[in-house]
Design a protein around this ligand. Structure first.
Ligand code: ZN
Length: 350
């Protein structure tokens, strides 16, 4: 009898949580009209931004676009951060001329802002939603790509879509805040060796132990529009919150197609090394073969050949996953035996 009662209670709970997910997913889909939600993707990946190389002036246009989006949504500035910019310098091999001077230290900036949580206790904790907004610029020589001569690495997948998702999440959560606070960061100089995210992890404007989770986004390309890839799947206890969100948008979750190696190649890593559970949310990859490599760091990574219905599901599922984690009273952690488990214990010990 008890067992039956328990089963039916659990069944009710499951039904309730599934229907709660479908209600919120419908709200997110309605809030995020494709015209508005995809505007940052179209802008950041446009030819005018010249591939957003950290050493080119157009990167500043991207940074300003993101900061003014954050301002228009009413995001707060972190103490000590002016204009939503966290400036830092990138060391490069060859000297370039900036403001009439030869230098090999190039100025760059992360862009960040935050939204306060609604729960009197949980609002003291943060989750970070992050992406990198830089890419690899312009090719030395134009090449024929899909029937046209091109020299701009537009980086629609890598990582204008990720930055669009972070901007769209900021716009949504400004109107629908979660229990925990959320810090939104778009990093620069990822393509030069995770420079922006390493700088943030070394100079965090908020104590790291108040940051309990980071859902980063980065991409090479996709070859499965029925799924997302979670780089770091099975490593943290937040997977279930992400899975529920994906299911609500009809998506499944694939693991890193190159046996966990991608985990060490993106902006999630510097915070993971500090102990913060930090996977990377990516477009669906069933393998890392020719259908990924024909776009990854290629001139043909453009909005024109992006499946925009899928882009919307990707963005909306990311927002719902973030909401589930930010509202879950249980703090996520690394699974037992993970290489970052000890760093986690060290970071969050009282
Ligand atoms: Zn890249």
């Amino acid at each position: 009898m008890m067992k039956q009662l328990l089963c039916s209670l659990l069944f009710c709970y499951c039904i309730l949580s599934v229907s709660a997910q479908s209600t919120v997913s419908a709200e997110i889909a309605e809030f995020n009209s494709p015209k508005i939600a995809l505007a940052p993707l179209r802008f950041l990946a446009s030819d005018e931004l010249k591939g957003r190389n950290t050493i080119d002036p157009e990167i500043n246009v991207a940074a300003r676009y993101i900061s003014e989006a954050f301002r228009s949504f009413g995001l707060k500035e972190v103490d000590g951060i002016v204009d939503y910019f966290q400036p830092f310098k990138v060391k490069i091999e060859e000297e370039v001329r900036i403001n009439g001077k030869n230098t090999n230290l190039v100025p760059a900036k992360n862009v960040m802002g935050w939204i306060e949580g609604t729960d009197s206790i949980l609002k003291n904790e943060f989750i970070i939603l992050s992406s990198h907004y830089d890419h690899i610029g312009v090719a030395a020589e134009p090449k024929m790509e899909e029937g046209k001569l091109d020299n701009i690495y537009n980086g629609a997948r890598d990582n204008a879509i990720g930055t669009a998702a972070v901007i769209d999440a900021a716009r949504y959560f400004a109107k629908h805040p979660t229990k925990r606070s959320i810090l939104f960061i778009t990093y620069s100089a990822e393509e030069m060796g995770l420079v922006g995210s390493k700088y943030f992890a070394l100079h965090p404007p908020i104590p790291l132990k108040r940051i309990i989770y980071n859902l980063n986004i980065d991409n090479a390309s996709y070859n499965d529009t029925t799924a997302i890839t979670l780089v770091g799947l099975d490593r943290t206890t937040a997977d279930e919150d992400i899975r529920k969100a994906c299911t609500a948008f009809g998506l499944s979750i694939l693991p890193d197609p190159i046996q966990g190696k991608l985990f060490y190649g993106s902006d999630n890593l510097p915070l993971a090394e500090k102990g913060i559970p930090a996977p990377t949310y990516s477009l669906g990859m069933k393998d890392f073969g020719p259908t990924i490599l024909n776009r990854y760091h290629q001139l043909s990574d453009e909005v024109g050949n992006f499946n925009l219905n899928y882009a919307m599901k990707f963005i909306n599922s990311y927002i719902l996953a973030a909401k589930n984690i930010a509202d879950n009273p249980v703090q996520p952690k690394w699974k037992t035996g993970d290489e970052f488990e000890n760093a986690w214990k060290e970071l969050y010990k009282n």
